[in-house]
Ligand binder design. Structure first.
Ligand SMILES: [Zn+2]
Length: 270
């Protein structure tokens, strides 16, 4: 049986999208998205992974747009890039020669988060750092610096998520030290509880506010602890963006990028 090439699989997905859509305009939108992704995949298979020239590699804005578009495909059940990369041996062989991830994703270890799916990106496109509570320690910070300095990444997304168990543990413990090494989560989120008073809201609503604040504070902390990354941001060649992932909808809500020199003195490991 003849092996399916990535473009053949893309064509099948395209035909499927058109057949399943009840409305012509929706089908046309999917068609256009699939065409664009087919073009992107073609570039990858021709070796662009080693010398990226797409808009996502050219600027922080281009990188952010690529992540936003990929998340939109994920939310709508129209993943393409993350399916292709896993299926095609040719892409893996090309990537074995080098990597040029356009984005660094700092996110939680939660098993329900998989950034290649969430942003619909194939192998070699995302440089991922995962620690509970999306609170990078020194090695995590060094990993981000490596990706930016040596691999050319244009954006760092600090991705928190709703119902985060790490943030919830810190919330519920309050001033009481958590057992084992879990105390380090409290250290990494020092000041978080004071920054978001609960007031009269429910524990669940408070947790949502804490999750968002933690993503923002950890993003600020990344710049506060890394002169290298701060310099790249000041020059405009890098952007550090906090975001929150909704487990149920799959939607990523991007928050305003951290502005160098403003507010990057909070949270994070010391
Ligand atoms: Zn979590």
């Amino acid at each position: 049986m003849r092996r399916l090439t990535p473009l053949m699989v893309c064509f099948i997905a395209l035909a499927s999208a058109m057949a399943q859509s009840p409305q012509k305009s929706a089908a046309q939108t999917r068609l256009r998205a699939l065409e664009l992704e087919a073009a992107g995949l073609r570039r990858t298979l021709l070796g662009a992974a080693q010398s990226p020239d797409g808009p996502e590699a050219a600027s922080p804005a281009g990188a952010l747009l690529a992540l936003q578009e990929g998340n939109e495909r994920f939310v709508r059940g129209l993943r393409i890039r993350s399916q292709m990369g896993a299926l095609d041996p040719g892409a893996r062989e090309a990537l074995a020669k080098g990597q040029a991830p356009f984005a660094v994703i700092i996110t939680c270890s939660d098993s329900r988060l998989a950034d290649n799916f969430i942003f619909d990106q194939e192998l070699g496109r995302l440089f991922t750092i995962r620690e509970a509570g999306n609170a990078p320690d020194l090695q995590g910070l060094a990993s981000a610096e490596y990706a930016v300095e040596h691999l050319g990444s244009r954006i760092i997304v600090v991705l928190g998520h709703e119902s985060c168990g790490a943030v919830k543990a810190v919330q519920e413990a309050g001033p009481t030290p958590l057992p084992g090494n879990l105390w380090s989560l409290q250290a990494a989120m020092a000041g978080l509880l004071d920054s978001v008073p609960r007031g009269g809201e429910s524990a669940g609503a408070h947790l949502s506010h804490l999750v968002e604040a933690n993503a923002r504070r950890q993003a600020e902390s990344v710049l506060a602890r890394s002169p290298l990354l701060l310099e790249r941001c000041a020059k405009g060649s890098l952007s550090v963006v906090p975001a929150v992932y909704d487990l149920a909808t799959g939607k990523v809500r991007f928050l305003p990028a951290v502005v160098p020199g403003h507010g990057e003195k909070t949270g994070g490991h010391s």
